[in-house]
Design a protein around this ligand. Structure first.
Ligand code: AGP
Length: 617
């Protein structure tokens, strides 16, 4: 998740921008930069790595008069983490910073390059500033050029732009990525001739934290909002071009709460963020009736007759989920390895196997070692990862980023969700390449993919139900999470989530395996969380659960279909496809673990004995 800051006023612009970026560090980043326009003179600085590198570069830079300035921390989605790709991006006499993904950047970039524009970066963002300057040539003024540019963009964005052509103004636009503007009401300058005067300074940020201590009142922009600020004015226009009044609210003063966006834990925030980050993960990759991965070349799959996936923990569960999709849709032999086992079992590897490692951090020692083994054996390698400049990304032949943004909670949630979303896309991408699915079936599934963000949206009713229900599951001699087919890896993931943050014992099991021994444990103190999707082996799974219920095991059924033999029942929505049921049930088991952990008084975000990235064996 990138971070944006902006400032207009007479205070120390450089310090305000750098301090603001520091407040956004928690969102994760791999590079940062600022651009300041004072006395119609631009100064811009960018640095890869931590903010201290940027501070070092700006140490001799002084801002003491009126200035406009913008700043950015970048989490790479398009283009490697380099200085050239860091924001702000420069046109001829304008700079821009941007959060989000410009879906039509390739088209705009081609048109601009055909007009002779030279691009310095690999980013989608850079097209914004060049498109603005192209429009500036024919517009009446900078705002007209900016408005035209915004209406030409498709995708998600939060944008700040400054330009010499109006050097006492900051232009802004928001659609799909958060941004707010703040003022300090105490120093409000009210004078009759200044229509809408709101106080001299204007502050921008992509979340509350950077404005705390500077602003008393903030306006959260809505999708479609765009406009400009000057010392005298805040002009906001809705997407249909109508001017609208700011809607100010008081700014919270608690920075940690602000970083959690008001949620109790980062893990809770990240569960709620899944809808947004999955939308980001799909952005630019889900075509009308096909999947597009512009970050890989289809030749990666030439001569490939098998896929082997290697990962640990939650990433192993997403890999297991992928194996069902690859064999079912891509019709390609797929195997899955626990990395720590694979390392030492003298595995046989053949060059017609694509070796895929999955890792949120890209640093997990066991997984990284298996990647090295595959490369040494001459296999083609692909990494599905959330961190662009990680060890695995630097080592693999190809990378598909999950765009989940930083995941602060040690127990993984949104990273898992985006990994499975990538694998679903990849199974369809491969199905087209291998002609293993009819075009209309691929098109049908592509349209289903677009519904994932809706399927993972947390409703108050669902969360409240799980919160209430969780009080009954704080003891017992253990939990079974059971599911069939691709719901078996989800059962494993649900069990892991519970273990990690509640410290209660839980096992994930294929539903059909219960009668092969585990059912001996069935009694009222054994809690079974049963995943019963409507669209995948429902009757089979239901009869497995009935076997447990008949032996007085305490059952919590998760299903769109009423199940009268359960002690507790969490009703999910009737979906069109089992994969949408998968994502909705994923949220249920995540919240279930969270609420039990909260009731037990555990540290949800930093559970005992665990590290976010296991970089040792
Ligand atoms: C997930 O909740 C755990 N924190 C852990 O199992 C994690 O998934 C595993 O350590 C792998 O991490 P990675 O995805 O960064 O490689």
């Amino acid at each position: 998740m990138c971070g944006i800051v902006g400032y207009l006023g007479k205070k120390n612009t450089k310090e305000i921008l750098l301090d603001g970026l520091k407040e956004l560090e928690y969102r994760g980043y791999d590079s940062a930069g600022i651009a300041v326009l004072q006395d119609n003179q631009f100064d811009s600085f960018k640095a890869v790595g931590k903010l201290v590198n940027l501070e070092e570069k700006t140490k001799d830079f002084v801002t003491e008069n009126f200035a406009v300035g913008i700043g950015h921390t970048r989490w790479a989605t398009h283009g490697k983490p380099t200085e050239l790709n860091a924001h702000p991006h420069l046109g001829d006499s304008s700079y821009v910073v941007h959060n989000g993904i410009i879906e039509n950047y390739a088209t705009l970039k081609k048109e601009l390059m055909d007009d002779g524009v030279r691009f310095l970066s690999q980013t989608d963002t850079e097209v914004i500033v060049h498109q603005f300057e192209k429009n500036l040539k024919s517009a009446e003024n900078a705002f007209e050029a900016f408005a035209k540019t915004i209406h030409e963009l498709k995708g998600a964005y939060a944008i700040l732009l400054v330009t010499k052509s109006e050097d006492k103004t900051i232009f802004f636009a928001k659609h799909g990525s958060p941004m707010l503007v703040g003022i300090n009401g105490e120093n409000k300058v009210s004078s009759p001739e200044r229509e809408g005067s709101l106080g001299y300074e204007k502050y921008f940020a992509s979340s509350d934290a950077p404005l705390i201590g500077h602003c008393s009142d903030v306006n959260y922009f809505e999708d479609g909002d765009y406009g400009y600020v000057t010392a005298d004015e805040l002009a906001i226009f809705s997407k249909n071009g109508d001017k609208k009044k700011p809607n100010f609210s008081k700014l919270s003063t608690n920075k940690l709460s602000a970083q959690k966006d008001g949620y109790r834990f980062f893990m809770e925030k990240e569960i709620y963020e899944q809808s947004t980050v999955i939308a980001d993960t799909l952005m630019g990759r889900v075509g009308d009736d096909e999947i597009l991965f512009d970050e890989i070349d289809s030749s990666l799959f030439d001569g490939i007759h098998e896929i082997k996936l290697s990962a640990c923990g939650t990433s192993y569960h997403s890999a297991l989920s992928a194996s069902y999709l690859f064999e079912r849709y891509s019709k390609i032999k797929t195997s899955v390895e626990v990395a720590s086992e694979f390392r030492y079992r003298s595995p046989v590897m053949t060059k017609d196997t694509l070796f895929v490692v999955i890792s949120q951090s890209g640093e997990t020692a066991d997984t990284l070692e298996t990647l090295k083994m595959a490369k040494e054996a001459g296999l083609k390698t692909l990494v599905i990862c959330n961190v662009d400049n990680s060890s695995m990304v630097r080592l693999a032949d190809a990378t598909i980023l999950t765009r989940a943004g930083i995941e602060k909670g040690v127990a993984s949630t949104k990273a898992f969700a985006t990994q499975v979303a990538v694998f679903w896309m990849m199974s369809l991408y491969l199905a087209k390449l291998r002609n293993s699915l009819e075009a209309n079936e691929i098109a049908r599934q592509v349209s289903l993919l677009r519904e994932i963000p809706t399927s993972v949206k947390v409703t108050d009713a669902m969360h409240e139900k799980i919160k209430r229900l969780s009080k009954r599951y704080l003891h017992g001699h253990g939990f079974f999470f059971i599911g069939r087919d691709i719901f078996y890896p989800l059962a494993l993931e649900g069990a892991l989530k519970l273990k990690e943050i509640s410290y209660l014992h839980a096992e994930g099991y294929p539903s059909g395996e219960m009668k092969h021994g585990p059912i001996a444990l069935a009694d009222p103190e054994l809690f079974t969380i049963a995943l019963l999707p409507q669209h995948l082996l429902y009757e089979k799974a239901k009869s497995n659960v009935e076997e447990l219920s008949a032996r007085d095991s305490t059952i919590c059924a998760i299903s769109p279909i009423e199940f009268d033999k359960a002690d507790d029942f969490i009703q999910t929505t009737v979906c069109k496809d089992y994969m949408l049921e998968f994502f909705e049930m994923m949220v249920v088991v995540q919240l279930f673990s969270l609420e039990i952990s909260v009731r037990l008084g555990n540290d949800v975000d930093m559970p005992r004995n665990l590290a976010k990235s296991v970089t040792v064996e």
